[in-house]
Design a protein around this ligand. Structure first.
Ligand SMILES: [Zn+2]
Length: 410
């Protein structure tokens, strides 16, 4: 088993060790007799850093993982033909932890203990899981409901505990002793010795993670999104420098948005709401106008089209009209007259055809449209009375419509 130096000192960033094994895995990896590198476990993600051999070969440690039998595997970056002699069993090496990343993990993980204890103390909501991602962390609370007031109160209490700068001690106790201490969380595995993280007079948890020495080092904790999950409620949070970085990003986003409205950031929700109301109202007005315009245009087209063989054949090409407007026009034509057959097109913004006939007319619009599409290179279809299709460009529309109209009139 690897001697885990981080169990006793989370601030140990440099250490000496000896290589025990070199793993023949697809990715090069080594096992040391002792390590300060934290392997991914208990919700906390692994450390990164460097391993330097006496021969002065420096390797970047990119991932650290636990094995089932208690060894810690250090995966490192290396070329295919790296100097294997520099890393063989028995070699003395120096390990260096990426301290910035470690400090961030300590802030998040200790922040989580404080936050979980706050939810438990205030509302008897136990934490059932903890997840640490690159940008934010989350805990899942076992509770059917979670209010905005509860979120704000837990956040306030957690930040008070941080401000009080309470000691955070690492203690090792037997399982029996642990039972008497009243831990917030006992690990499921049967181990004789338990490692306890003791936040003075606030929280006792069995945990193998790396933690700050004083709660003040957490800096601050900021609760973010909450959402209902299968087992309760998920609460996203950020602690320490992440909280500052997140608040900075939020402020930048909000400032950019406020500039669009020429408003103060706190007036953005009201301004956005007002704008959405305006858009809804304009959409409604536009719909009405289009209806009226289509009806008027249909009436004019019918008036100027002579009835031949008891039928009014309207052939008309529009521009700057959406397909929806052309369909509306077709609808108006076939409703205003029981004898209408309409071959309509729009050339822009997107070229399209709409063919329609009044109920009872004898042609097959779907078949006619397919014929036109074959000639013009588009796609579409429809029923006997109404068909539509889109075209890649407006070329040739008028001549194809004219040819179909001549066939229908014959
Ligand atoms: Zn923990």
């Amino acid at each position: 088993m690897t001697d885990r130096l981080y169990y006793r000192d989370s601030f140990l960033y440099d250490f000496d060790a000896e290589i025990r094994e070199v793993l023949d895995s697809p990715r090069p990896a080594i096992i040391l007799d002792r390590t300060a590198f934290y392997p991914t476990s208990g919700g906390q993600v692994h450390d990164t850093g460097w391993i330097t051999s006496d021969a002065n070969a420096k390797f970047r440690v990119t991932e650290v993982a636990d094995t089932e039998d208690g060894r810690v595997v250090h995966y490192f970056e290396a070329d295919r033909d790296f100097d294997k002699a520099a890393l063989k069993p028995g070699t003395r090496v120096r390990g260096q932890i990426d301290a910035t990343r470690r400090r961030d993990h300590m802030q998040q993980h200790s922040g989580q203990h404080v936050l979980s204890a706050a939810f438990l103390r205030l509302y008897n909501m136990p934490t059932v899981s903890f997840h640490m991602a690159d940008d934010y962390c989350s805990i899942d609370l076992d509770t059917p409901t979670l209010t905005k007031e509860q979120i704000e109160s837990a956040e306030r209490l957690a930040n008070e505990i941080i401000l009080e700068n309470r000691g955070v001690d690492i203690r090792f106790v037997t399982r029996e002793e642990a039972g008497k201490l009243g831990l917030r969380k006992l690990p499921p595995t049967e181990r004789d010795e338990l490692r306890i993280i003791d936040i003075r007079d606030f929280d006792l948890s069995a945990c193998g993670g790396t933690h700050v020495a004083q709660t003040g080092q957490i800096g601050s904790i900021l609760l973010r999104k909450t959402e209902k999950v299968r087992q309760g409620w998920r609460v996203e949070f950020v602690a320490g420098q992440r909280a500052v970085a997140t608040a900075r990003r939020d402020f930048t986003t909000l400032t950019e948005t406020a500039a669009l409205f020429s408003a103060h950031i706190y007036d953005v929700p009201q301004q956005a709401g007002k704008l959405l109301d305006e858009i809804r109202s304009l959409r409604k007005q536009r719909e009405l106008s289009q209806e009226e315009l289509a009806a008027a245009q249909a009436a004019a087209l019918l008036a100027e089209t002579a009835e031949i063989n008891g039928r009014k054949l309207v052939v008309h090409t529009l521009s700057d009209r959406e397909l929806n407007f052309v369909k509306l026009l077709a609808q108006k034509l076939t409703r205003l007259s029981p004898h209408a057959v309409a071959l309509l097109a729009t050339t822009s913004p997107q070229p399209a055809l709409v063919f329609a006939q009044s109920a009872g007319q004898p042609f097959d619009m779907g078949a006619l449209l397919k014929e036109a599409m074959t000639k013009l290179g588009g796609r579409g279809g429809g029923s006997k009375d109404l068909a539509q299709g889109g075209l890649p460009n407006a070329e040739g529309i008028d001549s194809v419509l004219k040819a179909i109209a001549e066939n229908l009139a014959a």
